[in-house]
Write a new protein. Structure first.
Length: 367
């Protein structure tokens, strides 16, 4: 009974620490969704090996998408003619640099670690994309059909067929909001209702289950894992990095939902670099994303994708441990007294939304 009470207390502490920042981050994401045109990225992507990768990474920073909804958006970029490297860099950087992920990271670890996480993720994404384009001699920049298809004729030797209607491409490409319904919304100015709907229906609907799992796992680790048991593993940093990498790569936990798990690891004695490896590799290398990369670009591209992420995550984890040292995180034992009314209200709203979507999911399954 005492263990159960401690588990519930840890759930509330983790929730109170991040819920306000998650809700604010979702609102910011909804505002950005309204302000940034749907075709902003695809219309500005270059064709070069390096410039296209840098543009895709930078344009992906403000995009309000999570680890789930970034996949259909990446597919639409491929259809628009983006090369392999640009799409891969977009897949790596975008979920981690979303507004909700940044705010939630700050709520646990502060601005230094947050900025380090964002900047290194951008760097990893750019390196992975450029290396992919260098290795791949035949860039995949013509995923869409050309405006004029060349056909042989008896008279002139060549003839031109009409271009594919642009409406078809835009309908397929406008799939960036997580659940690809096939309907292309037509925006008519800024709409607060669309902001709220995107933030708490589309985006939160993408992450609610992973977020719940992340909180439960984080509370479970904090409650059940004794520091004495993990101390031998955490004593050797490189062994810690490799172990965390093996755990994180197949796990489907989005950039925001992985934070309470990383916090629990830190409280159990893991180094800040180990937590960084988990937060860097996990969101970009889950089993779903790996399957999509293999399906879209082939096994060689997947090896490059995983190789760069794993190698550079360990490198930056080591550098953080070496130059920044210990990372302070919330104190599970004594942090309760610092929570205010807004923290509890935010947790109530967040859990209310989670249970609403769980009930809705159960109803859909039963029907």
């Amino acid at each position: 009974m005492e263990l159960l009470e401690k588990f519930i207390d840890n759930i509330m502490i983790l929730a109170n620490s991040m819920s306000l920042f998650i809700l604010l981050g979702l609102l910011i994401a909804g505002v950005l969704k309204e302000l940034i045109p749907t075709d902003f990225i695809s219309s500005h992507l270059g064709r070069g090996k390096i410039s296209s990768v840098i543009k895709a990474t930078i344009f992906g920073i403000p995009m309000p998408v999570c680890s789930c909804s970034v996949i259909p958006l990446a597919k639409s970029l491929q259809k628009e003619g983006a090369n392999k490297g640009a799409v891969q860099s977009f897949l790596i950087a975008t979920p981690i640099t979303g507004a909700d992920s940044i705010m939630a990271t700050y709520s646990f670890f502060g601005w230094v670690f947050t900025l380090y996480r964002v900047l290194t993720s951008v760097f990893i994404a750019i390196v992975a994309g450029i290396l992919q384009n260098i290795v791949d001699e035949k860039e995949a920049v013509h995923a869409v059909e050309p405006k004029f298809a060349v056909q042989s004729t008896s008279a002139t030797g060549f003839s031109m067929t009409p271009p594919v209607p642009s409406q078809t491409l835009s309908a397929e490409a406008d799939c960036s909001s997580g659940c690809c319904s096939g309907d292309v919304p037509v925006k008519a100015g800024f709409s607060l209702s669309r902001v709220i709907r995107y933030a708490f229906v589309t985006l939160f609907g993408d992450i609610y289950f992973s977020l719940l799992i992340g909180i439960l796992l984080g509370a479970a680790f904090s409650t059940l894992l004794p520091k004495e048991l993990l101390a031998p593993l955490f004593e050797y940093k490189m062994l810690t990095y490799l172990a965390v990498l093996i755990i994180a790569m197949p796990m489907y936990v989005c950039a925001t939902a992985s934070l309470p798990i990383a916090a629990a690891f830190l409280l159990s004695g893991m180094s800040a670099g180990g937590a960084f490896v988990f937060l860097s590799a996990g969101p970009a290398t889950n089993s779903v994303t790996m399957g999509v990369v293999a399906q879209m670009f082939g096994k060689r591209s997947l090896l490059i994708y995983l190789g760069v992420i794993s190698t550079m995550s360990i490198l930056f984890g080591y550098l953080y441990d070496h130059y920044f040292g210990e990372l302070k995180v919330i104190d599970i034992a004594s942090h309760v007294e610092h929570f205010g009314l807004w923290d509890y209200l935010s947790s109530t709203v967040m859990f209310g939304l989670i249970f609403y979507y769980l009930l809705k999911r159960r109803h859909n399954v039963s029907v």
